[in-house]
Design a protein around this ligand. Structure first.
Ligand SMILES: *Cc1c(COP(=O)(O)O)cnc(C)c1O
Length: 390
């Protein structure tokens, strides 16, 4: 997608300013229902809610402006904007399986995808096999006659491991299996899975797309035939649509997506060079770092890598990691990412202190997200963290 198309999509596509007083910013159509003057119009709306404004659990004009833009960015025919990334995952997966079916998922997908696979789907006799997604052979070996979905997340938001989109979608097609890819890490600006043959692409709009840490939302994109089916079933049944106000906030956030991504990526490179110069840092994991094991693949299928990365501290004790995190003044300790503010999460927050094993790199790993602050400001803060470590 060229930059002219991106500018057009973000600034104009789906907007119909003459219909709302030529306002530059679209209105928030905060209504639950829409009225009709002819019975026949109402009848048509009942028959085809996918194309008619009837009730805001289905279509809403403010949400529709956003969904047209997000589908175009993904290179998809249509998309659904959901009230979370987690509900987009739920709807995508549920729409493709029935009792007795099998799913292949990449190892360690996003936590709530894992919980869906491990805790909810087994109740309906749907099973999952996790594979190391770095080699296509692992997917090939896991396919069964009842496999319905191959579920991907590339890069993974903790390990940053990639899957080769083209190879996996080719395999899936030959076996009549649907591919679903979580594209939250890249956003459609840095990777378009649909261009590589992926069927359904989803992402947490909570992260970069909204970008201001004030909305939880998700997007699910694909061919119209798939999206319409999900709309008429899972989307309407679970009531997972986004509210008009939250859609409006994301529209506002989207206007600056290219600039925010660029700024965050440039600052990240500086932060990574700084971290690599520190004796306390054992390694840095970032797909666009030339020493990243899958750097070549990252260069092939991604246009950029944004602000999310991780690094491993050389420590013997958990206390040093805690001191480092608690010693930061500006970089906040919080989940999520993609907003204006820089963040850190230590892997050791997921274990009890007595379980800490200094030989386990995962325990010594910290995930960092670079927000929109200036590099010097962040580096000074990291410097402060290191000085408090011992
Ligand atoms: C945050 C996130 C999700 C879930 O999105 P929510 O908006 O929090 O529901 C899914 N996948 C990835 C990779 C995420 O980072």
């Amino acid at each position: 997608m060229d930059s002219k198309s991106i500018s057009y999509i973000i600034n104009e596509l789906g907007e119909d300013r003459e219909n709302y007083f030529n306002a530059v910013s679209p209105p928030i159509i905060q209504t639950s229902n829409f009225s009709f003057t002819k019975v026949d119009q109402l009848r048509k709306a009942f028959e085809d809610e996918y194309s008619t404004f009837l009730y805001s659990r289905g279509l809403n004009p403010t949400v529709r402006i956003l969904s047209q833009k997000l589908a175009a960015l993904d290179g998809a025919e249509d998309c659904l904007v959901c009230n979370s990334g987690a509900s987009a995952i739920f709807a995508a997966v549920l729409s493709q399986v029935k009792s007795g079916d099998h799913i292949i998922s990449v190892d360690q997908p996003y936590t709530w995808a894992q919980k869906l696979f491990n805790n909810i789907l087994p109740k309906f006799d749907v099973s999952v096999t996790y594979v190391d997604g770095r080699a296509i052979e692992n997917f090939e070996a896991a396919v069964r006659p009842n496999t319905r979905i191959i579920y991907l997340e590339t890069p993974n938001s903790w390990s940053f491991y990639l899957q080769e989109l083209e190879a996996v979608s080719k395999l899936a097609r030959s076996k009549n299996v649907i591919t679903i890819c979580d594209n939250s890490y890249c956003t459609p600006l840095y990777q378009r899975p649909i261009d590589f043959g992926i069927d359904l692409v989803l992402q947490s709009a909570t992260k970069y797309l909204n970008g201001h840490s004030d909305v939880v939302a998700g997007v699910l994109s694909g061919k119209k035939i798939l999206i319409e089916k999900i709309f008429n079933s899972e989307y309407l049944n679970m009531g997972i649509g986004i509210s008009p106000f939250n859609a409006w906030l994301i529209l506002r956030g989207l206007r600056t997506l290219p600039s925010r991504l660029e700024k965050s990526s440039i600052t990240t490179k500086k932060i990574i060079s700084y971290l690599e110069s520190r004796d306390e840092v054992e390694e840095v994991h970032y797909p666009f770092n030339p020493n990243f094991p899958q750097y070549k693949l990252a260069q092939k299928q991604m246009l950029g890598a944004g602000g999310l990365f991780s690094f491993v501290l050389k420590t013997k004790t958990i206390r040093e990691i805690e001191n480092f995190c608690e010693g930061l003044k500006h970089i906040l300790m919080a989940v999520s990412w993609g907003g204006h503010e820089s963040l850190v999460i230590p892997g050791c927050a997921s274990i009890r202190p007595n379980e800490f094993d200094p030989n386990n790199k995962v325990h010594r790993r910290l995930r960092m997200y670079t927000g929109l602050e200036e590099a010097d400001y962040l580096i000074e803060d990291l410097e402060g963290g290191f000085s408090k470590m011992a």
